[in-house]
Design a protein around this ligand. Sequence first.
Ligand code: MSP
Length: 640
Amino acid sequence: MTRAFYVSTPIYYVNAEPHIGHAYTTVVGDFLKRFYQLDGADAYYLTGTDEHGEKIYQAARAAGTDSQSFCDRISQRFRDAWDTLEVANDDFIRTTEERHKKVVRAILQNVYDKGDIYYDEYEGLYCVGCERFMTDKELVNGMCSDHQREPEKRREGNYFFRMENYRTWLREHIESHPDFIRPEGYRNEVLSMLSESIGDLSISRPKERVPWGIELPWDGEHVTYVWFDALINYISALEVPDGDKFVRYWPVTQHLIGKDILKAHAVFWPTMLRAAEIPVYQHLNVGGFLMGPDGQKMSKSLGNVVDPFELAESYGADALRYYLLKDTVYGQDSAVGEALLVERYNADLANDLGNLLSRVRALLGRHLDGALPTPEQIDRDREVIAEGEGLLSRVRPLVDQLRFFEALELVMRFVRHLNRYFNDEAPWKLAKDPDQRVRLGTVLYNIAEGLRIASVLLEPAMPSKAKQIRRDLGLGDYAFADIEAWGQAPFGSQIPDKADILFPKKEREEVEKTGGQAAKKPASSAQREAQIDEVSIDDFARIALRVARIVSAQKVEKADKLLKLQLDVGDEERTVVSGIAQWYQPADLVGRRVVLVANLKPAKLRGIVSQGMILAADDGEGNLVLVEPGGDIAVGAEVR
Ligand code: MSP
């Protein structure tokens, strides 16, 4: 029987529009679903929306609509968002659906009948953002650190779930299942939560205060606490307890969550399952947060919010998906932004992948009537063939361990190998020699075959473009089983005459700055020019300007304004100390191309010898914006 695989995302609150954090988790889920499906598994992917509770009730009131129509509207926005990002979820659950509510009621009744739910009066500090009572230890300066606000003091009659009774069991379960919660840092965090009392969990809210929720089956004056309701989505969608999907998928569940909702998933959820006598999930995979391009938490007030749908509009959903997977480390926080995306897009997608495809297509069209030839491999082809054939077995364990960027990097390394092979074998030269026709055919076949293999492995990250690569080579769809042996692209396949450029090269559409304002012409530029002496062309010619690439960047200790940059100037590396620390985060600089004044007299700054200076423009308000050469210009090129 085929192996089953089940992945879920958190169900998203409908009090906010879909944003990049939601998009990230959902793209990761989609990547996993497609990866295992291509690998022959029966893969199932669930996402949805979380629609009950005080927060949603208040948001609907603020919007002047009734709660249900408010939920309907925003929930649809999430569905549309996932369509835009080519997310192929198998189901979309909403907690306001009857199929879900019915399961929540049944579980509540069951746990209540067992004696694990009791009524009590409770007084504590409540954060509406988190929708839960906070312990003193969780507060930072009296505030909830996630929501930056003081929790409210509340006294309420609530029903409680005897969560504490399951603490020892849970701790032992986590200890004996090392990959139950991963990456490991989060597992340790949970073990430390479980090292002391976790208390009981309040699972109801008085209906007079929160009328928007699922009524408790035994007390219509109370509605179910939103987390006790929401977590159950993962099994209500599978038709617990005896739906086919539940039987098939639940034993192999992988939940994907962000680190903000660790406690609910690692403590509330397993204890709830245990009390309901349902086996616990297999893995809880915890992702880090995406931060703004400046490395700070995204917020409207900082002006560093990155909109995934604008990026998808400008660069395509596939490029955005690829970027999110390739430039983040799952489990850790990562800075993201348009400039970084463009860098990644141009280097990996337009250059390494797209150019190779168009070059091989052009030669096939021009010299071999657009048909994939029958190859005759020789010794010098073995290396690239071996790498292609072994790629899946090296990529798979990385994906199993949620190391997405490394998995994609392996595929791109193979693509770069294909580029080297192309340059070394120089098919454009072979084409000039009629005696080399077979060799020409072999080289072009191998590149097409390599691109086929790469496209199948890239498909989970970029489903449409992967198909386009194969279509442009006259090929159809393949699964992972078809990429373990070289030579499965059928000989004689005819490539289509016309094809769109796979990834047209992009310039960044907007300069990204931490200040968030567009660069302006300096008000005083005319005055400044008037003060500067004229120079002759010969004077100017004495300044050597060259294109350089920033290889690494770091803050200079005890100097707020300075960054130490390591530059690649083509034939050498230079260290330059630059006064741009106020406007650029080190991580945002790596990979950018800049203009270096290469023959400036070296100077020592804070003990570091600076070998040159990089150019930046003043926006008129004293902010500096790097001068970045456009087009294809190579690192090391002279600027005249
Ligand atoms: N409704 C609850 C989850 C219930 S699951 C039974 C909820 N919803 S949410 O809309 O606030 O979404 C939370 C999830 O969105 C996070 O866990 C994470 O997956 C994702 N992210 C939200 N902001 C994020 C970032 N800035 N970066 C990455 N992901 C983050 O909590």
